[in-house]
Design a binder for this molecule. Structure first.
Ligand SMILES: CC(C)(COP(=O)(O)OP(=O)(O)OC[C@H]1O[C@@H](n2cnc3c(N)ncnc32)[C@H](O)[C@@H]1OP(=O)(O)O)[C@@H](O)C(=O)NCCC(=O)NCCS
Length: 151
């Protein structure tokens, strides 16, 4: 049976979602190590988001086992009063390549549109090629480069 999308339940989904953050953060920020302190702070943010009308969290449920996560919010930018922002997306390795991330991004589009957003945005590291490819296949375009140089 395919995994199904459902709203994240706080606190019962908390441990699964926290366990995903090792890969999300260590892949996107090479050199960064997820620590117990980082996860504690992250759990506080999740708990606040679970109560916020501006944020929403979904999980992918595979027969009771959580195998995916999406965290989205609406925010204002300097030029747009209402923009959808994808804060976090994760699919467990055993169910990757089956279109689940695309499905989560479609759920994000629906949630953003319902709230009146005229566009969606996100940040991703260039080194995360799978994620960049996912976002492009979901219609996202690169509109800004963050540049750095090493000494
Ligand atoms: C990125 C990630 C969410 C993709 O999840 P997924 O369910 O496997 O993705 P999908 O099956 O929905 O694939 C959709 C598109 O993503 C891209 N993609 C997915 N896996 C890919 C891979 N291994 N290599 C290249 N492109 C890939 C493709 O464009 C694909 O479209 P296609 O099937 O038409 O080629 C998943 O690999 C993941 O959770 N990675 C770790 C967490 C992470 O980096 N999150 C992003 C934070 S910015």
């Amino acid at each position: 049976m395919p995994a199904r999308l459902r709203e994240m339940r706080w606190p019962s989904d908390r441990e699964a979602v926290l366990s995903f953050q090792y890969e999300v953060y260590e892949k996107n920020f090479p050199g960064f190590r997820v620590t117990p302190g980082f996860l504690r702070d992250y759990a506080v943010q999740l708990k606040q988001a679970a109560r916020s009308p501006y944020e929403h969290m979904y999980v992918l449920d595979n027969g009771g086992a959580v195998c995916g996560f999406l965290w989205i919010e609406v925010r204002a930018t300097m030029v747009d009063p209402l923009v959808g922002y994808v804060k976090n997306i994760y699919i467990a390795p055993e169910v990757r390549g089956q279109g689940y991330a695309k499905m989560l991004l479609e759920a994000a589009d629906e949630w953003f549109r319902f709230r009146g957003c005229t566009k969606a945005t996100l940040d991703v590291s260039v080194c995360n090629e799978e994620a960049v490819s996912l976002y492009q296949s979901a219609g996202y375009e690169i509109i800004r480069h963050r540049m750095e140089k090493s000494y």
